[in-house]
Design a protein around this ligand. Structure first.
Ligand SMILES: C[S@@+](CC[C@H](N)C(=O)[O-])C[C@H]1O[C@@H](n2cnc3c(N)ncnc32)[C@H](O)[C@@H]1O
Length: 466
């Protein structure tokens, strides 16, 4: 195939999937590793009638919006792809992503202004949970100029690279979580190499050590979960050494995962040492976290998110609130003291158990939690049994709400709905379905994942007057 190189292309905007774009004669060119404002030569690797994909291979001008990435793995690691864009600009882009989704996907016309994105005070070390993979195969170099990856058959401990199933990018230092996260990962890797123990290969289904989860808290509690393909005498030796080396670990778990996938949460978690749970504070609440619990990964920004949801809900203390997709009940519990009663619904039963326990831990008695699929649970009988809500807060997964759930919400005929979303595209789709009956009156994007394209968005809907 003949190579096409476009010369001196001005990058004008960001786009989905971490790419930037330019337009040439009406054709959209998606460009890897460039930033709006860059002027670059682009090697095209895929071309269709209306759009093309290419990689920037030579820079004529560097954008003023650029920042210097702090991470040595930037570019190859899929984690923090916007580290080369100034943080203030990232926030503007996130606001734009929300605006575009609501107008283009949701086709909403009578919108209020989208508020400026609420940024994170800490743009590094913001995650309270990280999971690292181990593999006997690594990836070492992204030769973007030739659009090729370079592989290495040495073992690695770090992160999976999208689409490269069995390979792991070997990480020296990750900036997403406070220490001793890197020290623990490097210690385990070193222990395996020194003792000639095998790293798991997920494609061939062999190799002993699989993955590592580290959970840190602002209270100093530290949970570590090690995953092995099979149990032998080395499991205990590794855990013993880990505990000796890192006395700050407060809960040390292991899991034996003989499955074809890395998903651990359906397997028994074995406590090797320490406390069964760790605790984290959010505002004046204390949350109990077990190894399988879902917990928002950026605690500081989750508090900001919940504050926005609480203020949009406009509670006076007399309201019955439904918290849909409640997870471990964090939003329900966060607003409980400002409401008469809160009903939380979620389909993961263990999360509902955690929610009930967290209510108890915090002495909250005005919340009820139900486990079940939203599409099945939320119906007229449920409303009859639990009361018609004054306010609904909904925080669905990335896929958004099932249309059946949207219909059930519309049938409840509440005055106010607060829609919290981690995916503005599906949120916009759902809002379009509700547009006839509800008007969007407030829009607040928040950044829970600095240096990524992810954006959370909270919308307040009020019932239209006829
Ligand atoms: C974005 S999380 C929200 C969690 C919670 N609001 C929080 O802030 O921690 C979405 C939640 O919806 C739950 N979920 C996903 N699909 C569901 C369904 N069909 N029915 C009920 N819950 C569901 C997930 O298990 C997850 O806990």
């Amino acid at each position: 195939m003949q190579e096409t190189i476009l010369k001196e292309v001005t990058i004008t905007a960001i786009s989905a999937e971490d790419k930037s774009l330019a337009k040439i004669d009406g054709k959209v060119i998606f460009v890897d590793n460039a930033v709006p404002g860059d002027v670059v030569d682009v090697r095209i690797y895929k071309s269709k009638k209306k759009y093309a994909h290419g990689s920037a291979i030579h820079w004529h001008t560097y954008s003023e919006l650029r920042a210097t990435p702090v991470c040595a793995h930037f570019g190859l690691c899929g984690g923090c792809k916007w580290q080369d864009i100034q943080y203030t600009q990232q926030l503007i882009y996130k606001q734009q992503i929300v605006q575009d989704a609501l107008t283009h996907i949701g086709k909403l016309t009578d919108l209020p202004e989208v508020n400026a994105t609420i940024g994170a005070a800490e743009q590094l070390y913001y995650r309270n949970k990280l999971q690292y993979g181990f593999s006997d195969k690594s990836i070492v170099y992204d030769d973007s100029f030739n659009n090729k990856m370079k592989f290495d058959d040495r073992p690695a401990a770090g992160f999976h690279v999208p689409k490269l199933f069995e390979r792991i990018l070997d990480i020296e230092k990750c900036w997403l979580q406070v220490e001793p996260t890197n020290a623990i990962r490097l210690f385990i890797k070193d222990f395996l190499l020194k003792n000639e123990l095998s790293f798991h290969n997920i494609k061939r289904h062999e190799g002993w050590y699989r993955d590592l989860t580290v959970r840190t808290t602002s209270t100093g509690a530290l949970m570590v979960i090690c995953s092995f393909y099979y149990k032998d005498e080395w499991v205990e030796r590794l855990l013993f050494e880990l505990k000796q080396q890192f006395p700050q670990i407060t809960s040390l778990y292991y899991v034996i995962n003989p499955k074809m996938n890395d998903y651990n949460t359906d397997l028994p978690m074995n406590l090797y040492y320490g406390e069964a749970h760790i605790y984290e504070n959010m505002g004046d609440l204390k949350f109990k976290i077990s190894p399988k619990s879902f917990f928002q990964t950026n605690t500081a920004q989750a508090i900001q998110l919940y504050d926005v949801a609480k203020s949009f809900a406009g509670l006076s203390g007399n309201e019955l609130v439904y918290d849909l997709y409640t997870g471990t009940g964090s939003i329900a519990l966060y607003i409980a003291r400002q409401a008469k009663h809160v009903v939380g619904i979620e389909y993961v039963e263990s999360a509902i158990e955690d929610a009930k326990e967290n209510a108890q831990v915090n002495g909250i008695t005005n919340c009820s939690f139900y486990a079940g699929d939203m599409g099945d649970v939320l119906n007229a009988d449920f409303v009859k049994a639990n009361g018609k809500p004054d306010v609904i807060i909904t925080d669905p997964p990335r896929a958004g709400m099932h249309s059946k759930v949207v219909q059930a919400i519309l049938a409840m005929d509440v005055e106010r709905i607060v829609y919290v979303s981690c995916n503005p595209a599906t949120q916009a789709r759902d809002l379009e379905l509700m547009n006839e009956k509800y008007k969007v009156v407030k829009i607040q994007p928040l950044d829970l994942f600095p240096h990524t394209t992810h954006v959370e968005n909270v919308v307040l809907l009020v019932k239209r007057t006829v």
